[in-house]
Ligand binder design. Structure first.
Ligand code: IMP
Length: 188
């Protein structure tokens, strides 16, 4: 699959495919349908967390059938490359006011929960009419800070994954499926 789509450059890099492109598309369609049902008669404002969530948000948005608009935040958490430290810095804030709006934070993955719990409490201070969270991937075994997840694509085991927006050292975000890397990749 990787070789077919990506010209073989993942040969020797890719370990295991966790979620195929087809499985992801099916689940994203279901999430879009659930959101469209839950927000019937209302308008949603989706806040995507850069950079990881852009692929997910682009696909999810096209499955939402109620009026929707979007903005992005860019955050960075300091620390080792494959572990979040919990210190969240806002690199780019959303440009619009969310006061009185129905906001859904769209995030690629929840690991410790530190990034999301910070974002949720920060956005709550801006008085949205409602605030929910939609994540594609959840690693429940790694949670340090509890965070309420309203829409979850898949619960996955504790492994570092890339593809479908997720990166290691800036790479693999464009791969249409989710996979693990061979251990050698981290030591290069
Ligand atoms: P948390 O604050 O520990 O929940 O981490 C959330 C952020 O860490 C995500 O938005 C990702 O940027 C990054 N992250 C956590 N796990 C992974 C992974 O398996 N692959 C790629 N990035 C990850």
């Amino acid at each position: 699959m990787g070789a077919g789509i990506l010209g073989g450059y993942l040969d020797g890099i890719q370990e295991e495919i966790l979620l195929s492109a087809g499985a992801i598309q099916k689940r994203v369609r279901e999430l879009g349908e659930a959101i469209s049902r839950d927000y019937a008669g209302r308008e949603v404002f989706l806040v995507g967390v850069l950079k990881g969530a852009w692929v997910f948000l682009a696909d999810l948005a096209r499955q939402i059938t109620v009026p929707a608009s979007f903005d992005f935040m860019s955050v960075s958490s300091y620390g080792a490359a494959t572990r979040s430290s919990g210190v969240v810095q806002i690199i780019k804030d959303i440009e619009e006011s969310i006061e009185g709006r129905h906001v859904i934070i769209v995030e690629d993955i929840v690991d410790s929960g530190l990034t999301l719990s910070y974002l949720v409490s920060m956005l709550k201070t801006r008085h949205p009419a409602s605030l929910k969270v939609c994540v594609l991937l959840d690693k429940p075994d790694r949670r340090v800070t509890p965070v309420d997840l309203d829409y979850v694509g898949f619960a996955i085991p504790d492994a570092f994954v890339v593809g479908y927006g997720l990166d290691y050292a800036g790479n693999y975000r464009h791969v249409p499926y989710v996979f693990t890397l061979r251990p050698e990749v981290y030591t290069r």
